[in-house]
Design a protein around this ligand. Structure first.
Ligand code: AMP
Length: 214
């Protein structure tokens, strides 16, 4: 099973990808997570990516395409994978298609998580993440049992540097300009499925699963 999760920042791609990963036992490939890890590890890539990420812009296509090409060839991707945050524009989607053709593979479903801009701002400004296990919380809709501490592993919760109002607006603008056109791209290929990302995480997941089984 090879899936792509589309949707604006804050649509819940990461949360849904983690649930899909458990259900289908296939890896979640998040270019955002890979880049954030590179920033943490102080690599040359991380240093270059950080400036762009902090500004809410997209990291150059050749960088992320290179990362994805290498990642999907790894052994754990044999049974499939979930792309979370990639592709982010038409050029990336075209390169992905080319690479999959070379590998005689195809994407089974593209799930578009729909959420409006106002909700995105609410979700992201209240979001915190555990850097240890990746669990996500929200100070109103999903508060941790102990403030600032991950329920799952006890890690110290962090707020992403790009989850501030100014950068969120920039990320939304980039989404509208560069990423939203992918809906039309995948609609033409016939594998786009829309899911309204409203209600509980579990309800959204149930709708995502329905779309995958169709
Ligand atoms: P995300 O965790 O998916 O919200 O990504 C965080 C940031 O990483 C984005 O705002 C971009 O700066 C960068 N990024 C993640 N994925 C991509 C991608 N496919 N292409 C370009 N930049 C990306």
């Amino acid at each position: 099973m090879r899936l792509i999760l589309l949707g604006p920042p804050g649509a819940g791609k990461g949360t849904q990808a983690k649930m899909l990963k458990e259900k289908f036992k296939i890896p979640q490939i998040s270019t955002g997570d890979i880049l954030r890890q590179a920033v943490k590890d102080n690599t040359e890539l991380g240093a270059r990516a950080k400036i762009v990420m902090d500004a809410g812009q997209l990291v150059p296509d050749d960088v992320v395409i290179g990362l994805i090409k290498e990642r999907i060839r790894q052994a754990d991707c044999k049974a499939g994978f979930i792309l979370d945050g990639f592709p982010r524009n038409i050029a990336q989607a075209e390169k992905l298609s080319e690479t999959l053709i070379e590998m005689s593979l195809k994407i089974d479903k593209v799930i578009d998580l729909e959420v409006n801009a106002e909700e995105v701002v609410n979700r992201l400004t209240g979001r915190s993440t555990c850097p240890e296990c990746g669990a996500m919380f929200h100070h109103i809709s999903r508060p941790p049992k102990v403030s600032g501490v991950c329920d799952g592993c006890g890690g110290k919760l962090e707020q992403r540097l790009d989850d501030n109002r100014e950068t969120i607006h920039e990320r939304l603008k980039v989404y509208m300009e560069s990423t939203a056109p992918l809906k039309e791209f995948y609609k033409k290929q016939g594998n786009l499925k829309m899911v309204e990302a409203k209600g509980s995480v579990e309800d959204i997941f149930s709708n995502v699963c329905k779309m995958i089984d169709v």
